[in-house]
Design a protein around this ligand. Structure first.
Ligand SMILES: [Zn+2]
Length: 78
């Protein structure tokens, strides 16, 4: 915790960004991140990388699920 209202440290924000991967962030937490990303130069890059990694892993998960489930791919059956 930074202690000062409205001011969040990079450490706090990166922690929240990572928390957002596992759980739904509260409104106040999302605002904190947004506010910080506007004034920080390093954290937006970090947040972007996390978002990219999330997208990549989602695609992979989707692929793994469909490959594991033959019923989702109805092939031509006569
Ligand atoms: Zn920062």
């Amino acid at each position: 915790m930074s202690g000062k209202f409205g001011l969040s440290t990079c450490k706090e924000v990166t922690h929240l960004v990572l928390q957002g991967e596992d759980r739904q962030l509260r409104m106040g937490e999302r605002v904190k991140i947004r506010m910080h990303l506007m004034i920080c130069k390093a954290c937006p890059i970090f947040a972007k990388q996390v978002a990219l990694m999330r997208k990549a892993s989602q695609r992979w998960r989707h692929y793994a699920e469909t490959a594991d489930n033959p019923e989702s791919d109805p092939g031509p059956k006569v």
